[in-house]
Ligand binder design. Structure first.
Ligand code: DGL
Length: 270
């Protein structure tokens, strides 16, 4: 493995782009290979067995590109299948749970923390467990918000979008006055950050992808695995369905500084 190899990042769809954006800001000289499993999204409503099978295939695809480290930029994968990636490689593997749980605990004054995620993430109870390991007195309230995923995938992301506002109201009203910090435990959710913030004024929102990107930058630095190239790194995008739609939606989210040309791959071959 070379320090000039790319960093591999994957998610079931667009959500992991939150991590790409954070990594590109923190580590602009790194090459990144992104895989969005757009043909099989959502993962969060699937069984643990299927999530683990998909995870192994996604990681195998990234490893076929010789990546030096993998970030599972997906709350569902991180909470149900991280060890399936670790079984395939001795290179560093990162998820989005550990650091978000720590940041949320540190940010909360009342130690009453909310967690939203997919059904599979909430069922795993992993964020709650991680926070309670730090402080058994902390109160953690969880809710699955599965509709947020298609809202993001189908582009209902503009500020003030009425459908998204109603979904936020339905899913989040019960957190009002109950928590002072909320973990956006699915990487699709930071794309709806403004709508979520309007539904929960004054609540600190924790973005798990940024927390993971910071941890990854730190660990790769310590392991002397950061690239030494002087020029900006290249980001390549792969998807399992419809590259054009992914590029269009992804661009809205990543902004004009990112050029997205996605390539379609047959993920079943991995
Ligand atoms: N972005 C994902 C997550 O963080 C998955 C959404 C889904 O595929 O259901 O959980």
């Amino acid at each position: 493995m070379s320090k000039e190899s790319a960093i591999g990042v994957f998610d079931s769809g667009l959500g992991g782009l939150c991590a790409v954006r954070a990594l590109a800001e923190l580590l602009p000289h790194e090459n990144i290979i992104y895989f969005g499993d757009t043909g099989r999204v959502p993962y969060g409503s699937k069984s643990r067995e299927i999530i683990r099978k998909y995870t192994a295939q996604d990681a195998s695809f990234l490893l076929s590109h010789g990546v030096k480290a993998i970030l599972a930029a997906c709350g569902t994968v991180s909470s149900n299948a991280l060890e399936c990636i670790e079984a395939l490689t001795s290179n560093p593997v990162f998820g989005v749970v550990e650091d978000a749980a720590r940041e949320a605990y540190d940010a909360s004054h009342s130690k009453r923390i909310g967690v939203i995620g997919t059904q599979a993430t909430v069922n795993s109870g992993i964020f709650k467990r991680k926070i309670e390991e730090r402080d058994p007195q902390a109160v953690v309230l969880q809710s699955a918000c599965p509709l947020f995923v298609p809202l993001v995938e189908y582009g209902f992301t503009a500020e003030g979008d009425e459908i998204t506002r109603l979904a936020c109201e339905r899913y989040l009203a019960h957190f009002r006055g109950e928590v002072d910090t909320l973990i956006l435990g699915c990487t699709h959710f930071p794309i709806l950050e403004k709508a979520i913030a309007s539904a929960l004024p004054g609540v600190a929102l924790i973005n798990p992808a940024s927390a993971a990107a910071r941890a990854m930058a730190k660990t790769l630095g310590k392991k002397n695995l950061l690239s030494e190239r002087a020029e900006k790194g290249e980001i390549r995008y792969f998807v399992s369905d419809e590259p054009a739609r992914f590029a269009a939606e992804g661009k809205i989210f990543l902004g004009k500084d990112f050029e997205i040309k996605a390539e379609k791959i047959e993920i079943d071959k991995f």
